[in-house]
Design a binder for this molecule. Structure first.
Ligand SMILES: C[S@@+](CC[C@H](N)C(=O)[O-])C[C@H]1O[C@@H](n2cnc3c(N)ncnc32)[C@H](O)[C@@H]1O
Length: 306
């Protein structure tokens, strides 16, 4: 949804924009071209390897690009360090890139037998291996249900823990094998690999992708100039829910208190955001054909108004 993102963000020439999840730099390049010479793009990624790739891909960008290895949940601190007060546009394109999924060493895909890593930030101590070594059954069932929408959460969690206790939970191959052991053959889907949801759920848990998301989106909105726009692309219903609630929170006036004699007094706070997408935008069929990963994308945009 590059076209829609650019239409909403519409960063001014010579302005300042943030790509909070630069990835391979596709959206960032389009933003950089809009900002042009004299503009500044702040490009964040939690994954140092992606940041390096983005740096190569954006080497000839027409504007200044500042690359920062950081979690977007720390955007206010990052901007403070850079002595930038407020920005014209912020883009958050959540989740992971295909470059990361296709790297056998990252342990994010069941297609390759690799160590159980799954960290986006390799400086983080906890890997998927560590998480699975210490997780309790009920917690693993919750992770698989909540983050993976996995119908077979309980049998899969049991199979994972059984294998772990036998010392057979060391690689992505072991994890995929546990899923295949747990889901009866006749219920194994042909369209998507039966381990897809389990891998997604464990990746989200390892990287704590949903933690503090709503306050983080609210804090990011406070980094916008008045008139500045923020776009968020979410791929998971819980991510999208956090964005929806954050935008709604900041776009509603505080409840008007009833004044003396039943007369309503002035509202005590003004809305900070105006929601530009009452319903989230979804990709077209053509876009899904082109990029099947976009299937679950939801785009929300909001403008700072106070
Ligand atoms: C879907 S990709 C972004 C693709 C990018 N828009 C492009 O055009 O190439 C998501 C990126 O966000 C990064 N990421 C995920 N969570 C993050 C977080 N909390 N803070 C910063 N970066 C994050 C991932 O490492 C990945 O590189």
């Amino acid at each position: 949804m590059l076209r829609e993102v650019l239409e909403y963000l519409n960063p001014p020439a010579k302005g300042v924009a943030v790509d909070a999840t630069v990835g391979a730099g596709g959206h960032a390049r389009a933003l950089a071209e809009r900002l042009g010479a004299g503009g500044t793009l702040i490009a964040l990624d939690r994954d140092a390897a992606m940041l390096e790739l983005a740096q190569q891909n954006l080497a000839d960008a027409p504007c200044i690009v500042q690359f920062v290895h950081a979690d977007y949940r720390n955007l206010p601190e990052v901007l403070h360090e850079l002595q930038i007060e407020q920005v014209d546009a912020i883009l958050v394109d959540m989740g992971v890139c295909s470059v990361q999924l296709d790297d056998p060493e990252r342990g994010l895909a069941f297609r390759y037998d690799a160590p159980l890593d799954m960290r986006l930030d390799r400086e983080q101590a906890t890997t998927a291996y560590h998480l699975l070594q210490r997780v309790k059954l009920h917690e693993l069932v919750r992770i698989l249900r909540e983050y993976g929408n996995e119908h077979w959460a309980k049998p899969i969690a049991r199979a994972i823990i059984r294998r772990r206790d036998q010392g057979r939970m060391n690689t992505t191959g072991d994890l995929a094998a546990a899923v295949l052991e747990a889901v009866p053959k006749k219920f194994q889907e042909k369209r998507i690999h039966p381990a897809t949801r389990t891998f997604q759920a464990i990746r989200i848990a390892v990287n704590r992708e949903l933690d503090d998301l709503q306050p983080a989106i609210e804090a990011m909105a406070s980094c916008l100039k008045i008139g500045g726009v923020m776009c968020v692309l979410a791929y998971h219903s819980l991510e999208d829910r956090a964005v929806k609630h954050a935008f709604r929170n900041l776009s509603q006036r505080a409840r008007e208190p009833v004044g003396v004699g039943g007369r309503k007094s002035e509202p005590s706070t003004k809305p900070v955001l105006e929601i530009l997408t009452p319903k989230p935008l979804e990709p077209s069929e053509a876009e899904i054909q082109d990029n099947p990963r976009a299937r679950s994308a939801k785009l929300r945009a909001a403008k700072r108004v106070a």
